[in-house]
Design a protein around this ligand. Structure first.
Ligand code: MIC
Ligand code: SF4
Length: 643
């Protein structure tokens, strides 16, 4: 039987397990990446493992999230990460060099390799034919130390692309169309592979837009073949030697096939507050726009920016619109500056931001009250922009740029003939913002620079025989990590300080939660479907851990969050009968009388609601390895016990 692209890469990196859907497989990891908002914790964890030098082929630390320095905290974190990198063999991409996924694609990504990153949009690397997966910081730390990374062997979905995009319809519209079909939970437990004739019409940055936002499907990752177009991109980046051809076998078997006819696609938008709430721009046309933001790891490539500059050239941003543009990397920024496109953007009235995540993670540019903001980003979760009642629509750069000029939702196809914008034959290559680690003989003398905001990993303890704890919070379906552990300019600087950041845990849903959980000492959270979708931030597990949360009982979990809970030693439980969700109310006293035995020997956990005297059956779906992690009290303890 033939293999899919992902199965080929998995097979070549398999260190344990069998490639059978639903079973755990351990993978050798070639490359890792971290960003600063998850990086400090990841490196604190790496230090705790006591391994002097990373064992991967390439590990890179990027500074791109916490770049608004309104106090000492972020700058201290950057210095800490820089010193850890120097000492332990990690490349350091300085603030200003760009967004991790964009820079990694340009300078480090290699077809056929495995990459894990402490950021959920790591699958961007799938655009260049990598098996690139988002993970918790602790998983990345373990991989840097040479440990395997474990995933549940996913099902394979093939998205068959036929035809060719019409002028002004863009790669963003492809992934929005896939989201319309699959929804934000349709990709859970699956890898999405792109194939078909239409693939040949897409450049690497366009493919990367699609695999990037595959994170919003809940998929393990997404991947494109590596072909002549990939080779051309690598050649233009001055690294053709990194090219290898990679395609699915003709008789590869897929569990699901989705057909997308590119000829039929039209410009789309994801409407508030979910990336799968899709409408056509035509349906929204004429609606007033307050803000437009162009950038983020989804749409900040050279091609995206050139198309935007072309649309803006010689025009003026509408009086009612604030337009912000953040080119994705120093490479892109510098090229725009040299070829005059930046001048066109500035002349039109754009507010140019540094190459970083910026408004995507609420680091500035929060819209006005009830403001309608068109963004080329990947997430429009409620409150994420920093304005609680902001109305965020996710669109292509073309739709964003033309709407910034007209001041209302505008279908870019009104621009007529397509712009002739192509990838350059040679990108501008200048890696002077990437600092190499110290040579082995000098590493011992490197001093780690730790600021006062950097606190320790929270205390964990092995699983107890039984748990008695009240329900400290009850939430509904599709709870995102932005609900659990909000980000934004005010809270992100606390990412290295779990006691402090935990004061903001779940405050979007319930301002009393942190105080209540602390007062209770031990508690359990109850939730609905797709709990923990979105970010890879392990803070969404570490803050509850600090607040005494022992278990999370929900209808279903998102992949990365579930493994972050396990890594933190918090029990991830699912209702066997989803209607039992109604049998627990906030404040009910719950008892798990035999939890340790039940976990050690099987998958069923008995939950007794002492307030109502009802018994509920829960499942704890664990592999042998994750069971051992939970029993030990988390991955850090497990790794120490087993090394
Ligand atoms: C995001 O887009 O939500 C983030 C911020 O990049 C996160 C990581 C984080 O919370 O630090 C992600 O996607 O994993
Ligand atoms: Fe940064 Fe936004 Fe991409 Fe997350 S989604 S890595 S915040 S640009």
């Amino acid at each position: 039987m033939g293999l899919t692209i992902a199965q080929k890469i998995i097979k070549a990196h398999l260190v344990s397990g069998e490639m059978e859907v639903g079973k755990d497989v351990g993978l050798r990891i070639d490359q890792t990446l971290t960003q600063d908002a998850t990086g400090t914790m990841a490196y604190i964890e790496y230090e705790a493992m006591g391994i002097p030098r990373v064992k991967t082929e390439k590990s890179v630390a990027y500074i791109d999230h916490n770049t608004l320095q309104t106090g000492f905290e972020n700058a201290d974190d950057h210095r800490f990460i820089q010193s850890v990198c120097k000492k332990h063999g990690i490349y350091f991409s300085r603030p200003g060099n760009g967004i991790c996924h964009q820079v990694h694609l340009e300078r480090f990504g290699k077809p056929g390799k495995t990459l894990i990153g402490s950021d959920s949009h790591t699958p961007t690397g799938g655009g260049i034919g990598m098996l690139a997966i988002g993970a918790g910081g602790l998983d990345v730390a373990v991989a840097m130390g040479g440990g395997a990374y474990y995933i549940t062997m996913p099902k394979m979905v093939r998205v068959n692309l036929t035809g060719k995009l019409s002028p002004w319809v863009s790669a963003k519209d492809i992934i929005l169309a896939v989201l319309r079909v699959m929804s934000v939970k349709g990709g859970v437990g699956k890898i999405v592979e792109y194939g078909g004739e239409g693939v040949k019409t897409l450049t690497v940055p366009e493919r990367a837009t699609i695999t990037n936002m595959g994170a919003e499907l809940g998929a393990t990752t997404s991947v494109f073949p590596s072909d002549e177009i990939t080779r051309e991109f690598l050649r233009a980046q001055g690294r053709e030697e990194d090219y290898t051809e990679l395609s699915a076998d003709a008789d590869a078997v897929y569990d699901e096939v989705i057909e997308i006819d590119l000829d039929e696609l039209v410009p789309l938008a994801a409407c508030p507050h979910s990336p799968d709430n899709i409408k056509t721009i035509k349906e929204l046309e004429g609606k007033t726009v307050d803000q437009v933001c162009i950038g983020s790891c989804t749409n900040s490539s050279y091609l995206d920016m050139m198309r935007v500059a072309h649309i803006l050239k010689g025009k003026k941003v509408a009086d009612n619109v604030s337009l912000a543009i953040a080119p994705g990397s120093k490479q892109v920024f510098n090229m725009l500056a040299l070829n005059g496109a930046l001048a066109d953007m500035i002349a039109a009235g754009a507010r140019i931001l540094e190459s970083a995540c910026g408004p995507c993670i609420g680091m500035g540019q929060s819209p006005n009250s009830k403001g309608v903001s068109l963004r080329t980003f990947n997430r429009n979760f409620e409150g994420r922009s920093g304005t609680a009642d902001g109305q965020i629509y996710l669109v292509s750069p073309e739709t964003a740029a033309v709407s910034a000029l007209t001041g209302v939702f505008t279908d870019p196809r009104c621009l007529g003939e397509a712009a002739q914008i192509e990838l350059p034959e040679k990108f501008l290559i200048n890696d002077n913002m990437v600092i190499a680690p110290a040579p082995v003989e000098e590493m011992d003398s490197v001093e780690i620079l730790r600021g006062p905001n950097i606190k320790e990993y929270p205390k964990t303890s092995p699983l107890t025989e039984s748990i008695e704890a009240s329900c400290s919070l009850k939430v509904g379906d599709n709870i995102t990590t932005d609900h659990i552990m909000p980000a934004g300019a005010k809270i992100l600087p606390l990412r290295s300080n779990i006691p402090k950041i935990s004061e903001h845990c779940f405050t979007v849903c319930d301002t009393e939660f942190p105080t209540r959980a602390k007062m209770l000492g031990k508690s359990i959270i109850v939730g609905g479907e797709n709990y923990g979708q979105g970010s890879s931030r392990e803070h969404a597990a570490l803050a509850p851990l600090f607040l005494g949360v022992k278990a999370v009982l929900v209808k279903s979990f998102a992949r990365i969050h579930k493994s972050n809970l396990i890594n933190a030693g918090i029990l991830p439980l699912t209702f066997r009968n989803p209607s039992d969700y109604d049998k627990i109310k906030l404040g009910d006293m719950l008892e798990l009388p035999d939890v340790k035995d039940e976990i050690a020997t099987g998958t069923t956990v008995t939950v007794i609601n002492r307030t109502t005297n009802q018994t509920i059956k829960a499942d704890c779906d664990l592999s042998d390895r994750t069971r051992a992690i939970i029993l030990a009290g988390g991955l850090l303890d497990y790794t120490k016990e087993n090394s």
